[in-house]
Design a protein around this ligand. Structure first.
Ligand SMILES: CC(=O)N[C@H]1[C@@H](OP(=O)(O)OP(=O)(O)OC[C@H]2O[C@@H](n3ccc(=O)[nH]c3=O)[C@H](O)[C@@H]2O)O[C@H](CO)[C@@H](O)[C@@H]1O
Ligand SMILES: C=C(OP(=O)(O)O)C(=O)O
Length: 417
């Protein structure tokens, strides 16, 4: 086990290159098993979640080869075997194996997913979708068993606008017989990325990125090459870190449109943000205004940036209110920030944040983005060393974090616990 040591108080300056998106990569990897031949994915991020996913694919018999940011998956020898335990328990997105295996083999047994554990995260909408497509779904001893004689297209209205359920239904429906329509579909950029890959593999999916997605099932799908979209959450975290340390940073290799909700909020509080083609420049200021932020589904402010934003709002003058309308209890970072001197209280689904200086402390990352929030908080502290334990959770979603921060001028290192 390792912890992150942060000697803060230095403005982050320079350029950071953003890797491919975690939440795309871990949906594109299972999507690849729907093909009969090799799928190549470029711009693959170096993340522990991605490494775990490749383990899952290898366990099933896929041949996986890595070369410099590209992964090739040959799913031709893949078998249908139950996966009640093992790597599927280590990450949230193992739920995509349900849709992908169902689509490929008409059956699957998958252990209930792990991942960030900030509150109960039901998968009832995924199950509802699989059942509508003709699968029988049972939950026994912590594993979901799915079986369908034949998957048939259906009209599915999602009661909750869910990223995971939208993608999982696309995976199961891509090779089903007939047409599937997903209503109240989630619109996140990662959903468009998955639909783009599936279409390149021979699927027929229209409307990804809108609330209605239409899928015409196809009999066969084949290999292709696809480049993963940039990680908007990593990019947003660096934007927030630049603002919090009053630095001057260029975040390169991004799609600025994916970051509009954050950009608007940063500008509102007094940060200078400039979009230049595929880059964003963030220039901090000596003082910031307090603001209110509501985390919503895309294109609203992302819940995954809510925790890092909490840290930034400790640097604003006055009282800010940050509410999460996706995960009402995603505030495990708050008690840790309070240890660092933050004046924050949680009321219902909102954090009420009073601006003020933070101090160094020993704190624990309880989940991925809570970890990012603590790193940002540590970077603002002028005296002493902040120690963040639970780094393995941060490694789930940040590619080369320490190297990147050091190249931006931060005094940060990993140390054995
Ligand atoms: C691997 C991945 O892509 N993870 C992202 C994905 O998670 P994930 O796909 O798990 O999140 P969802 O979009 O499904 O969840 C959105 C909301 O719907 C609820 N819900 C969801 C499914 C369901 O069957 N029933 C139900 O009630 C959830 O409790 C939550 O309140 O989107 C979240 C919301 O943007 C992000 O925080 C995660 O980073
Ligand atoms: C919640 C997250 O991830 P996951 O859904 O994979 O746990 C996240 O990326 O912030």
């Amino acid at each position: 086990m390792e912890k992150l040591m942060i000697h803060g108080g230095r403005p982050l300056r320079g350029t950071v290159q953003i890797s491919g998106a975690k939440n795309s990569a871990i949906a594109l990897l299972p999507a690849a098993i729907l093909a009969e031949s090799e799928v190549a994915l470029d711009n693959l991020p170096h993340l522990s979640d991605v490494a775990v996913y490749t383990e899952i694919l290898e366990e099933l018999g896929a041949k996986v080869t890595w070369t410099n940011g590209q992964i090739k998956i040959d799913p031709s020898q893949i078998r249908s075997i139950p996966m009640p335990n093992g790597p599927v328990k280590k990450l949230r997105a193992s739920y995509y194996m349900m849709g992908a295996m169902l689509g490929r083999f008409g059956e699957a047994t998958i252990g209930l997913p792990g991942g960030c554990n900030f509150e109960p995260r039901p998968i009832d909408q995924h199950i509802k979708g699989f059942e509508a497509l003709g699968a029988t779904v049972t939950n026994e001893h912590g594993s979901i068993h799915l079986k369908a004689k034949e998957l048939r297209g259906a009209k599915i209205y999602l009661d909750v606008c869910s990223v995971g359920a939208t993608i999982n239904i696309m995976l199961a429906a891509a090779r089903a017989k007939g047409s599937t329509i997903i209503e109240n579909a989630a619109k996140e950029p990662e959903i468009i990325d998955v639909a783009t890959l599936l279409n390149s593999m021979g699927a027929s999916i229209k409307g990804a990125g809108t609330e209605t997605i239409r899928i015409e099932g196809v009999k066969e799908m084949s290999g292709c090459r696809h480049s993963i979209i940039p990680d908007r959450i990593q990019a947003g975290t660096y934007m927030i870190a630049a603002a919090a340390t009053r630095g001057d940073m260029i975040i390169d290799g991004v799609i600025p449109k994916h970051l509009e909700a954050l950009t608007a909020k940063l500008i509102e509080m007094g940060v200078t943000v400039e979009e230049i083609d595929e880059s964003i420049r963030v220039l901090g200021a000596p003082r910031y205004e307090h603001i209110d932020v509501k985390a919503l589904i895309y294109p609203g402010f992302p819940t995954d940036m809510q925790s890092p934003m909490t840290s930034l709002l400790t640097q604003a003058e006055g009282v800010s209110v940050l509410s999460d309308f996706v995960y009402s209890n995603r505030f495990k970072h708050v008690p840790e920030l309070v240890r660092m001197g933050a004046k924050i209280r949680v009321e219902g689904r909102s954090a009420i944040i009073e601006g003020g200086e933070l101090n160094a402390a020993k704190v624990k990352a309880t989940d991925l983005r809570a970890g990012a929030a603590l790193v940002i908080a540590g970077l603002t502290v002028k005296e002493g060393i902040t120690e963040v334990s639970g780094v393995e959770l941060i490694d789930r979603g940040y590619d080369n974090l320490v190297t990147n921060l050091r190249s931006l001028g931060a005094d940060v290192w990993r140390q054995a616990e």
